[in-house]
Design a protein. Structure first.
Length: 245
């Protein structure tokens, strides 16, 4: 059985791990008690081994960037193997076709959020966020708003106009009551509003518009976003950020 020490040794010698090696390591790291408890957090129980994210990150470090390995790990259908696939894949080799294929196979929010860290690094991410934002599948749609949430925080050099283009999309989709869509729409709205003073004001206006629409999902999204975006802590941080820029 492959051990973590073996993974480390292979990483040092430059020897690539085979898919069988990685899957064996995943199974060795599995914890049935963790897997049983994941349902409480809305994580899919099918083909789930119960491995912590820190353990997966350590394994990913041993694997290195490997596009072919990522494809093979994804194909296993194992929950943690798919999260690991997102960690080891090379964003420079990811194609729009692959993004669509993986997105259509999403079955758990944690896989979505993990893989979107990879997708965000591709040149197709912005267009996919727009395209997927109206998708009928819950987890594909979540991926769109997860990407938007990531953009708002990570793309610090992007012009505000590019980020603010997402607000009408957020408004349009704020009536979706599916849990993992609703939470991602809220997340995207809050992250835009925490970007800077200008985006904060625009996000607050959007939240007020969403609240005025009166949908059940929209009322929750708006109330939660407004609570944070108008909070003293956020306002002080944004004013301090403006004064130092």
């Amino acid at each position: 059985m492959t051990t973590m020490s073996t993974v480390s040794k292979r990483a040092k010698t430059g020897t690539k791990m085979s898919t069988d090696d990685v899957v064996a390591e995943l199974r060795a790291l599995g914890n049935p008690k963790n897997a049983a408890g994941y349902a409480h957090f809305g994580i899919a129980a099918t083909n789930t081994l119960g491995i912590t994210i820190p353990a997966l990150r350590a394994l990913a470090k041993g694997c290195g960037r490997d596009h072919a390995l990522a494809a093979q790990l994804w194909a296993t259908g194992i929950h943690e193997a798919r999260i690991l696939a997102g960690m080891v894949d090379d964003p420079a080799k990811v194609t729009p076709r692959q993004m669509d294929r993986w997105a259509n196979q999403f079955d758990s929010w944690d896989v979505v959020d993990g893989v979107c860290v990879l997708f965000e690094e591709t040149p197709y991410a912005y267009d996919k966020a727009m395209e997927w934002s109206g998708h009928r599948k819950e987890y594909v749609k979540r991926a769109a708003f997860t990407l938007i949430a990531y953009f708002a925080i990570h793309y610090k050099q992007a012009p505000d106009e590019k980020i603010l283009q997402f607000l009408p999309i957020i408004h349009r989709e704020a009536d979706d009551e599916r849990n993992f869509v609703k939470k991602a729409v809220n997340w995207a709205l809050r992250n835009i509003g925490k970007r800077n003073i200008r985006c904060n004001a625009a996000a607050i206006v959007a939240a007020e518009q969403i609240r005025a629409d009166g949908t059940r999902a929209g009322r929750w999204i708006a109330a939660d976003a407004l609570r944070e975006l108008r909070s003293e802590a956020v306002q002080l941080r944004l004013r301090a950020k403006r004064s130092t820029s």
